[in-house]
Design a binder for this molecule. Structure first.
Ligand code: DON
Length: 567
C-alpha cells in the first residue's frame, strides 16, 4: 500500500500537539468541513458530490448512501462495487437503529476443502485471485432493500448520477493511476478483450477512464431493479464469466441472493450508546469488547498514544482478536456466543490477566504462526441528513479490484471475498487472520468480516458516524477514533488524522504508522515486551461528528483522497 505520505505526516504532526485537552483553549484546533444541517464523507470527491446533491434535492441519508454506493462503483473501482458486498448500520431520526447485511455468500457448490490440494495444504492464491475467489455479490440487493424500506426519492434518480459518470468517464487521480497501472498484468490474465482498465501505455494522472459496459449494466439495474443484476443479461454475463474461469457462481446462486436485516449490536461507552454491526461481521462484537476493556482503564488519564495507553490497548486487542478467531462466524451457520462475548463478567475476567508493566506473549493466549500480505482495499462512507438520519456503510471487493476478474461485457470486477473464510483451520488469510471451523467454507454461508460501520448516540441524540477500510485493522482503527474523540477530546478531523496502531493477537507484533512514534516511546514499548513493526498507514476513515452546537463536522482521512462535504 502506498499513500500520500508527506501530506499525511504533516497532518498527523500538526494534529498531535493539540490532542491535549487541558490546553485546548490556547491552541488552534483542526476541523474538517462543517455543515449546519447535513454531511457526507466518502473516499472519492465525486461520490461526496453526488451524495451532497441528493441531500440538497431533498433526498434522505438512505437515498444519499445508495447514490454514493453506485457512484463509488464507477469512480473508485479499486473498492467501490456492484460485484462485492458490505454492511450498513443506520440510526433514523426517531432513534430507531438497525443494520443490513449485504455481505457476499459462498456459492451453493462451495465446500470446506475447496482451496486445499490433495495433501490437504492451502493452494496459495486460489482464494484471492481468479474466478474461484468470488462470492455471490450482495451490494445491488442491499441497495434495493435499503431503498424499499427507507428510500424517499425514486431509485432511478439514485442510480442515474453513476450512469452518467460511467458514460462520460472519470478523471484519474495519481493514486488511481498508481493502482490501475500496478495491476495491468493481472487484469490481462483474466481479460477477454473487455476490461476498460487495460491500456498498452501506462495511465497518466488526468486521463479519463470511461466505463461504457458498466454504464450499460447500471442502466439495466435502473430499469429492471434488482433483477437487472441478479437475472437476465447481467446474470448471464456473470455465469458465462464463471464458466470461462471454472468459477462456481450459478444463475440460482444469483437469483437466490438476499441481503438480511439484522439486529445491530448495542453497547455503552462512557455515557455513549454504541451501535455497530453484528455477525457475520466480527466488527461490532470486537469493538464493544474493546470498549468494555477501555472502560476498565481510562485512557483519558493515561493520555493519547503514551506508552501506557499503547501497551494497554495492545493487550486488550490481542485478547479480543483471539476470541474473534475462535468464536466469530456467520450466525446462520454457527452458534456465535455474542451474549457471552459481550457480557461484563466475561470481559472483566478476560482482561484481568493484563499486566501494566509487561506484555503477554500471544503464544500464551493461543498458538499460531501467521504472516500478512498487503494490497487490500475497501471503502467506508458516512452520511447524515438534515433530519438527523444517519447511515454508516462499509463496502468491499476485499482485495484491490477484488479477484481481478472483470465480468466480460458487464464492466465490473468481482470480489475475492472467499478469502475471508478460513481455508484451513489455523492457516492465516491475506490479513494474517487465523480462523477455525466456525469460519470454514460452506455452501451459501457468509464469510466472517472485520468491517465495523458504527454510529454513536449521546443522551438520545446522534453523536458520531464512523468507519474505515483496512481489513483486520478496521476494528482497531474504529476503536481508536472513538477514543480519540471521547477520551482525548479531539475534533473529528484530529481523531481521523491521529496516528493509529494495531495488534491482532497473531502475528504477535504491534503495527504503527512509520515516523509517528519517537525513538524514546518505541524504546519504552519494546521494554514492555512489544515487537514494534512500522506500516505505511493504518485506516482511511470517513466520519461525521455532531458538534456541541448541533452542526456536523465531516472528516475524510488524509491517508486517502476522499472528501467530506456538507451544507
Ligand atoms: O470483510 C472484511 O473484513 C475484509 N474483506 C475487508 C477488506 C478490507 O478492508 C481491505 N481494505 N483495505
Amino acid at each position: 500500500m502506498k499513500y500520500y505520505f508527506p501530506a499525511l505526516l504533516l497532518l498527523l504532526f500538526s494534529c498531535s500537539p493539540i490532542a491535549d485537552k487541558g490546553n485546548s483553549d490556547s491552541i488552534t484546533r483542526t476541523y474538517g468541513p462543517i455543515g449546519s444541517s447535513a454531511m457526507v464523507s466518502t473516499a472519492h470527491p465525486l461520490a461526496s458530490k453526488v451524495g451532497k446533491e441528493i441531500l440538497l434535492k431533498g433526498g434522505n441519508a438512505f437515498d444519499a448512501a445508495i447514490a454514493i454506493q453506485f457512484t463509488l462503483a464507477v469512480v473508485y473501482p479499486v473498492a467501490g462495487n456492484i460485484g462485492g458486498g458490505g454492511f450498513a448500520v443506520y440510526r433514523s431520526t426517531d432513534g430507531q437503529v438497525g443494520s443490513l447485511d449485504f455481505r457476499e455468500k459462498a456459492p451453493a457448490s462451495a465446500h470446506k476443502d475447496m482451496y486445499l490440494n490433495t495433501q490437504g495444504e492451502v493452494i496459495p492464491g486460489m482464494s484471492t485471485e481468479g474466478h474461484l475467489a468470488a462470492g455471490v455479490p450482495g451490494s445491488v440487493d442491499g441497495m434495493f432493500k435499503l431503498h424499499e424500506r427507507f428510500g424517499s426519492l425514486p431509485m432511478e434518480d439514485l442510480i442515474q448520477p453513476a450512469i452518467e459518470l460511467a458514460y462520460e468517464g472519470v478523471q484519474l487521480y495519481d493514486r488511481d493511476v498508481e493502482n490501475i497501472n500496478k495491476y495491468q498484468e493481472l487484469f490481462k490474465k483474466y481479460d477477454h478483450g473487455h476490461n476498460q482498465l487495460i491500456k498498452e501505455t501506462p495511465w497518466q494522472e488526468g486521463d479519463v477512464l470511461v466505463h461504457k459496459n458498466l454504464a450499460g449494466t447500471l442502466s439495466f439495474i435502473r430499469d429492471l431493479g434488482r433483477d437487472g443484476f441478479y437475472k437476465g443479461i447481467v446474470a448471464n454475463q456473470i455465469v458465462a464469466e464463471m464458466n470461462r474461469g471454472s468459477g462456481l457462481i450459478t444463475k440460482e446462486d444469483l437469483a437466490n441472493y438476499s441481503a438480511i436485516w439484522r439486529e445491530p449490536l448495542v453497547g455503552q461507552y462512557k455515557g455513549y450508546k454504541v451501535i455497530s454491526m453484528p455477525p457475520p461481521s466480527s466488527g461490532g462484537v470486537a469493538l464493544l469488547q474493546l470498549l468494555q476493556g477501555a472502560e476498565q482503564f481510562d485512557f483519558s488519564k493515561t493520555g493519547h498514544n503514551s506508552a501506557e495507553t499503547i501497551h494497554l490497548m495492545t493487550e486488550l486487542e490481542r485478547r479480543v482478536y483471539a476470541d474473534r478467531a475462535t468464536y466469530l462466524a456467520d450466525p446462520d451457520f454457527f452458534d456465535v456466543p455474542v451474549d457471552m462475548l459481550l457480557s461484563k463478567g466475561y470481559n472483566t475476567d478476560r482482561f484481568s490477566s493484563i499486566k501494566k508493566d509487561q506484555s503477554t506473549p500471544s503464544s500464551e493466549i493461543k498458538e499460531g504462526k501467521v504472516d500478512i500480505i498487503e494490497s487490500i482495499e475497501t471503502t467506508h462512507f458516512s452520511v447524515v441528513d438534515a433530519n438527523g438520519n444517519a447511515v454508516s456503510i462499509t463496502t468491499t471487493l476485499n482485495g484491490y479490484f477484488g479477484c481481478k476478474v472483470m465480468v466480460k461485457g458487464a464492466g465490473f470486477f468481482l470480489n475475492n471475498e472467499m478469502d475471508d473464510f478460513s481455508a484451513k483451520p489455523g492457516v492465516p488469510n491475506q490479513f494474517g487472520l487465523i480462523g477455525n471451523e466456525a469460519n470454514a467454507v460452506a455452501p451459501e454461508k457468509r464469510m466472517l468480516s472485520s468491517m465495523t460501520p458504527t454510529i454513536l448516540e449521546k443522551d438520545g441524540q446522534l453523536a458520531m458516524v464512523v468507519g474505515t477500510p483496512g481489513g483486520s485493522t478496521i476494528i482497531t482503527c474504529v476503536f481508536q477514533t472513538i477514543l480519540n474523540v471521547i477520551d482525548h477530546g479531539m475534533t473529528m478531523q484530529e481523531a481521523v488524522n491521529a496516528p493509529k496502531l494495531h495488534h491482532q493477537w497473531l502475528p504477535d507484533r504491534v503495527l504503527y504508522e512509520e515516523g509517528t512514534l519517537d525513538e524514546a516511546l518505541l524504546g519504552e514499548l519494546k521494554a514492555l515486551g512489544h515487537e514494534m513493526e512500522p506500516r505505511s498507514a493504518l485506516g482511511k476513515m470517513d466520519c461525521i461528528l455532531v458538534l456541541p452546537d448541533g452542526k456536523l463536522e465531516g472528516a475524510s482521512d488524509p491517508r486517502n483522497y476522499g472528501t467530506a462535504a456538507g451544507f
